[in-house]
Ligand binder design. Structure first.
Ligand code: ADP
Length: 232
């Protein structure tokens, strides 16, 4: 669950208004695209969700936590319940697939037996149970992204942020990633996906929120770009 109430984010002591009085609600298990031109405020939106930035005014609430109120020392704990996936995967190159995913469980002190069970279960979900011992460079881009998704899911997050997750992938791998993200949202995880991929948005229809110049200019349940309205 994500709730923005009159959220404004300014940078440079108020000279840049990245988000202006944004209010929205995204429910549990919803799949939402965030689209809009460069400089519109999409990254700022995500940074607020991840508590990398704090709102200048207004309130951001994620899974019942008011992010304006939590102390900086609590942020790492908060982030364990948020999965994040990036365009460039951000896997640790010298660690195996298993180790990349297990890492998130080791830091919270889970036992090796529990870690093994959880990692193998999640690898099965993303269809990579036979790649546990492989290193990232031995995998295709689509497979690396699936490892990144598995890692993001390992702590069973309520919300998953996907920042251009198919940006580096061919159409076939992109389709697999989309199917996987849809499956994850059906299991109850809210997905917020930033994308520039018109074809994706028009093919896999989901609620689509358009941000332009720091405002929500469109919020459609059916999804899809409107090529008559949008010139970017
Ligand atoms: P998008 O992700 O849609 O490209 P951003 O959220 O990155 O947009 O940026 C929104 C606006 O805020 C832009 O005008 C950008 O230049 C500005 N901005 C973003 N981050 C900073 C920052 N750290 N300091 C100053 N201005 C910033």
């Amino acid at each position: 669950m994500i709730k923005f109430t009159n959220v404004t984010k300014m940078y440079r002591k108020g000279r840049v208004h990245a988000l202006n009085n944004v209010s929205l609600f995204i429910g549990k298990g919803e799949f939402v695209y965030i689209i809009g031109p460069t400089g519109a405020g999409k990254s700022t939106f995500i940074k607020l969700l991840y508590r990398e930035e704090k709102a200048t005014s207004g309130e951001v609430e994620v899974n019942g936590t008011n992010l304006s109120k939590i102390r900086n020392s609590r942020v790492p704990y908060y982030r364990r319940k948020i999965g994040v996936v990036f365009q460039d995967y951000k896997l640790l190159p010298k660690k195996t697939v298993f180790e990349n995913i297990a890492f998130a469980l080791e830091v919270i002190g889970k036992s090796p037996r529990v870690i093994r069970k959880q990692v193998l279960t999640i690898l099965q979900l993303v269809g990579l149970e036979d790649k546990a011992k492989a290193f990232p460079h031995e995998l295709s881009g689509g497979q690396q992204q699936r490892v990144a998704i598995a890692r993001a899911l390992i702590n069973n997050p309520g919300v998953m942020i996907a920042d251009e997750p198919t940006g580096n992938l061919d159409p076939e791998s992109s389709k697999e990633i989309m199917k996987l993200l849809e499956e994850i949202s059906k299991r109850g995880t809210t997905i917020v996906m930033v994308t520039h991929d018109r074809q994706m948005v028009n093919t896999y229809k989901h609620r689509t929120i358009t941000i332009e110049s720091g405002f929500i200019s469109n919020d459609t349940m059916g999804g899809g770009y409107n090529d008559n309205l949008q010139t970017w």
